[in-house]
Design a protein around this ligand. Structure first.
Ligand code: HEM
Length: 337
């Protein structure tokens, strides 16, 4: 009986030993004894300490893609800017402009035509000029909305609409952004060509700015040519800002052609200028529509009220009347001075 019991114990002991050995074998196979877990090469903290701003930690790669040789790419600063600083600055710029415009509206109200409407109109923008304006404007607004989705979509929209709807919208927005960019580039190019001659800064602009553009007080309108100082700022911002957006956007369409660091640089320029331009354009849209009586006619029918033109662009009206001897002015034969 005793020997039977001792045999049973022996068999059970060997079975247990085999089981333990069997379970341990695969783990031992995964962990070759040649790996030293305390070796310098596996200490990520040391690698991150060695990482200098703007410089990647690189090895050698025999394929043409130089980014493939980077063990760690110095993109942490860019990521912090893109994911934290830019959204904050962007939100500040957009909300700041919005609040400033609401305050301006509450204090100054809608800028009326001081002399009231006249029965006469003067042609301000020809059909092609209006076409170029609306090409640039519609494409810019589409780009601003779909571009803002890249910065704010995940944090603002995704929690509200859910992953399915957000994913469908974001994929659509990306395609719109990539293709509409070309319409915007064309718009910016034409804007420069048709209006550069009227947007060279001169002394009239200094006087216009010193008088606050006549925007702050009723009845006082500093003289202005076809475009006043404020409009020249809008023009050059659209042309230069638009050119930089186009160039950086072009690079972002093909981000792997140059390299990771270059793509990050272009993305930084693109995002930063986008918010500056959008803030400025929000102010432009306000003053070109609800903020000023009679302004929108210039970009709708192309003809503005003569009193509006005299108040906001007195030098231009005189030049037009002299040049055309009143032939562009419809209504009465000669406009009242
Ligand atoms: C719904 C949106 C918009 C409205 C209602 C609007 C309205 C106007 C109006 C009424 C003018 C003529 C002002 C005048 O007669 O003196 C104008 C001019 C102009 N617009 Fe717009 N606009 C809009 C969007 C945009 C956008 C998105 C851009 C460019 C990104 C743009 C660029 C320009 C430029 C460069 C001028 C000439 C300079 C100036 O007048 O400031 N506009 N706009």
């Amino acid at each position: 009986m005793t020997s039977m019991l001792s045999r049973l114990f022996q068999t059970a002991f060997f079975a247990l030993a085999l089981l333990i050995l069997g379970a341990a074998l695969p783990a031992a196979a995964q962990q070759p004894t040649s790996v030293n877990p305390t070796a310098q090469s596996v200490k990520e903290a040391q690698l991150l300490e060695a990482l200098k701003p703007g410089e990647p930690i690189s090895g050698r790669a025999s394929i043409p893609n130089k980014d493939a040789a980077n063990l760690i790419q110095a993109g942490r600063d860019w990521r912090a800017y893109n994911q934290e600083t830019l959204p904050r600055l962007g939100m500040l710029a957009l909300l700041g402009t919005f609040v400033a415009l609401v305050l301006f509206y509450l204090i100054r109200g809608k800028i009326r035509i001081d002399a009231g409407s006249s029965s006469q109109k003067i042609l301000r923008f020809a059909a092609f000029e209006r076409f170029v304006h609306w090409l640039t404007a519609t494409s810019f607004i589409m780009l601003a909305v779909t571009g803002a989705n890249v910065t704010f979509g995940k944090s603002v929209l995704l929690p509200v609409v859910g992953p399915e709807a957000f994913s469908a919208w974001a994929s659509f927005a990306k395609i719109i952004h990539n293709y509409v960019g070309f319409a915007f580039m064309a718009g910016v190019g034409f804007t420069f060509l048709i209006w550069v001659k009227d947007n060279i800064p001169d002394r009239t602009d200094i006087r216009w700015f010193l008088a606050g553009g006549g925007l702050l007080s009723k009845g006082k309108h500093p003289p202005a040519k076809r475009f006043n100082g404020g409009q020249k700022i809008v023009f050059w911002s659209v042309v230069l800002g638009g050119a930089m957006m186009s160039l950086s956007g072009w690079h972002l369409l093909f981000p792997t052609v140059e390299g990771m660091a270059e793509a990050q640089w272009h993305a930084t320029i693109h995002g930063t200028i986008a918010f500056i331009m959008t803030a400025l354009i929000i102010a432009h849209i306000y003053i070109g529509s609800v903020g000023m009586e009679g302004a929108i006619d210039a970009m709708a029918s192309g003809e503005v009220d003569l009193n509006w033109a005299k108040e906001h662009h007195s030098i231009w009206v005189k030049e037009e009347q002299e040049r055309k001897s009143g032939s562009r002015i419809s209504g009465a034969a000669q406009p009242a001075e």
